[in-house]
Design a protein around this ligand. Structure first.
Ligand SMILES: O[C@H]1[C@H](O)[C@@H](O)[C@H](O)[C@@H](O)[C@H]1O
Ligand SMILES: [Fe+2]
Ligand SMILES: [Fe+2]
Length: 367
């Protein structure tokens, strides 16, 4: 099967910007987010070297930091198995760990450092804002993309005690499919030899348990911050465009979006969404630097974006305006109404009406 993966050369992207923007503007985006792209004169230029003076994603560098990264991948490749992912998905699908707003979650990432990353050692909130600000500069009208950048790594809260305190190998790093052969395009591929799934013949052919072209949504990806965040967004009824959800679930799937491996599992929709992931990746990877973003300065903009994410009406019990429980709020107002009208029936009516209305403005997501 031939698959239409557009190979994206970051170096030439901005010289050839018009051509590319035509391509991606063919995509129809749902969710009520602004679409058209405006060209900007001073586009983000991908630096050649990272904050440590090395090329980006250089996994062969001889350094102390790199030794830690390699040990991370050894553990990840041994421990991520089909059954492990299945168990994790069942556990985290419950969304019973916490209720909090997106911004509260961003602030939690202040405490998280990613040990798999050779290019960044700052708290993760800085990475979220660095990538979102960089993409916002070049794509000022694509606010869904800014929001996607802001939330794409929020799943790293899995490292925190409240969310199960999972080990780094179960949260960060590049991702790959389970249930089919491990492609050589995975970094430090050699460590897969000790993965227990290697002994199941059905998992060790090119397609494994999947049909060619089955679509990535049907593929079990290694468990981590990508799958978790996508799950949280979907289950909370987020209205992000499909391309945004695709970016969130596959942004660490470098074997696919950088090396073109596993493309036989994609369907047509994946091919379309991949174009956006290529755009996004430039900002995700090359915005990593030692330059801190002033959190307080940019906060109002991102809070306004967060408000645009409509959630399922029955998912949250809190009012977005005052964070009070909607049932208490409705009870209080209907009681006052009853007091003035001396009519109990109207109190009940008002109560149910208010609960209904208030549920359309939930402020918190279930995690
Ligand atoms: O080390 C990084 C980091 O964990 C990123 O968040 C992830 O998306 C990348 O794929 C990974 O290589
Ligand atoms: Fe990530
Ligand atoms: Fe990232």
């Amino acid at each position: 099967m031939t698959i239409c993966v557009e190979q994206f050369d970051f170096g030439s992207h901005f010289e050839d910007k018009n051509k590319h923007s035509e391509d991606i503007n063919e995509l129809v985006l749902d969710g009520g987010f602004v679409q058209p792209k405006q060209d900007s004169n001073d586009a983000f230029v991908a630096p050649d070297i990272n904050a440590f003076g090395h090329t980006f994603r250089n996994y062969d560098e001889e350094s102390e930091r790199q030794k830690g990264v390699e040990e991370f991948y050894r553990l990840q490749h041994i421990n991520q198995t089909f059954n492990f992912v299945k168990k994790m998905r069942e556990e985290y699908m419950k969304l019973d760990k916490a209720e909090m707003s997106i911004w509260e979650c961003c602030e939690l990432l202040n405490e998280v450092v990613d040990e798999s990353d050779p290019d960044l050692d700052l708290p993760q909130i800085q990475h979220l804002l660095q990538s979102a600000e960089a993409i916002r500069k070049d794509y000022p009208n694509e606010d869904w993309l800014h929001l996607t950048a802001l939330i794409h790594d929020l799943g790293k809260i899995l490292l925190l005690p409240k969310f199960g305190e999972l080990p780094q190998w179960a949260v960060v790093g590049d991702t790959f499919p389970l249930g089919c052969a491990f492609d050589e395009a995975n970094i430090h591929h050699k460590y897969f030899k000790d993965n227990p799934d290697i002994k199941y013949p059905e998992y060790n052919t090119k397609n494994g348990i999947y049909n060619e072209g089955c679509g990535l949504d049907n593929v079990m990806m290694s468990w981590g911050h990508d799958d978790y965040m996508c799950m949280v967004a979907k289950e909370n009824g987020s209205t992000l465009p499909k391309a945004g959800l695709f970016i969130i679930r596959y942004h660490s799937f470098y074997p696919l979006h950088k090396e073109n491996a596993y493309t036989h599992l994609m369907n047509e929709e994946d091919c379309e969404n991949l174009k956006w992931l290529h755009v996004f990746n430039k900002y995700d990877l090359y915005s990593k630097s030692k330059v801190h973003v002033d959190v307080d300065e940019v906060k109002p903009y991102y809070l306004s974006l967060i408000e645009k994410v409509r959630l399922n009406s029955d998912e949250s019990d809190e009012c977005c305006l005052c964070n009070t429980n909607i049932y208490e709020l409705a009870f209080f107002f209907s009681l006052s109404f009853c007091f003035f009208s001396f009519h109990c029936v109207s109190m009940c009516g008002t109560y149910f009406l208010l609960v209904l209305v208030l549920q359309y403005f939930p402020a918190k997501l279930k995690w």
